[in-house]
Design a protein around this ligand. Structure first.
Ligand SMILES: *Cc1c(COP(=O)(O)O)cnc(C)c1O
Length: 231
């Protein structure tokens, strides 16, 4: 077995185990394999081990891989910062975008989404720690943005995404994730169809699951260290 296949099994076991001790069902939690900087071959190894959801951050790199792996039934998620002049390929080639943080981006994605395919699934990225210079809409702006996005025809708001402030303190981590969960709960009062909390990475997956994550974004624990040299 390859190391990627082995890592994937380990991550899945950990996910199931954490779900169980958090009294949740493992099948409520989607494992998103974050494959930025990894080769198409590496993605294929994970695919052959049953992985279907892949997350990418860099547009050109991801388009190359989408083309190389077009025979495979992969569900592609865009999770990197979205510039407004780069929305079209995201609208055309991805099933999900997790990093929408302003109305203009959502409007462009909706306008550019081909109407012969399913609506693009959207998460609003929230700057949960109110950190300066960090992407994400503020908790205060969130209700209005969510309301506006819901009116757009070719995208479907699914929930929220966050990258919490860097900390080793599990209590602070828990609190950040709980804030995101509570923000979703507030929105669900008006929009009960929202079902996604995209939170948790390799280092904090357990805490995120305990706090209600429905989608964990895992890179390093599956693929190993990233190779930035090719960029
Ligand atoms: C890179 C990245 C991840 C994965 O991080 P790991 O620590 O490698 O698991 C998750 N989410 C986003 C938004 C990322 O950019």
């Amino acid at each position: 077995m390859t190391s990627i296949a082995q890592n994937l099994r380990t991550v899945r076991q950990k996910l199931s185990h954490t779900a169980e001790i958090s009294q949740r069902k493992a099948d409520e939690i989607t494992l998103l394999a974050v494959s930025k900087t990894q080769t198409a071959e590496a993605l294929k190894e994970a695919y052959l081990e049953g992985q279907r959801h892949f997350g990418e951050n860099y547009l050109q790199e991801s388009l190359d891989k989408i083309e190389q792996l077009s025979e495979l039934d992969i569900i592609w998620h865009f999770i990197g910062p979205i510039q407004s002049n780069k929305t079209r390929p995201i609208a055309e080639h991805f099933a999900w975008a997790h990093s929408v943080d302003r109305l203009k981006i959502a409007q462009r994605l909706s306008a550019q989404r081909p109407t012969d395919i399913a609506p693009l699934n959207i998460c609003i990225q929230v700057n949960i720690g109110d950190e300066p210079n960090k992407s994400g809409c503020s908790v205060e702006e969130l209700p209005k943005l969510a309301h506006e996005i819901t009116k757009l025809p070719n995208i479907r708001l699914r929930g929220l995404m966050a990258i919490p402030p860097a900390t080793q303190d599990p209590k602070a981590q828990s609190k950040a994730f709980a804030n995101l969960r509570n923000s979703l709960k507030e929105l669900q009062k008006e929009q009960p169809e929202l079902d996604t909390l995209s939170m948790g990475m390799s280092a904090d997956m357990d805490t995120a699951i305990a706090q209600g994550s429905t989608m964990v974004r895992i890179g390093t624990a599956i693929f190993g260290q990233r190779h930035y040299s090719a960029k």
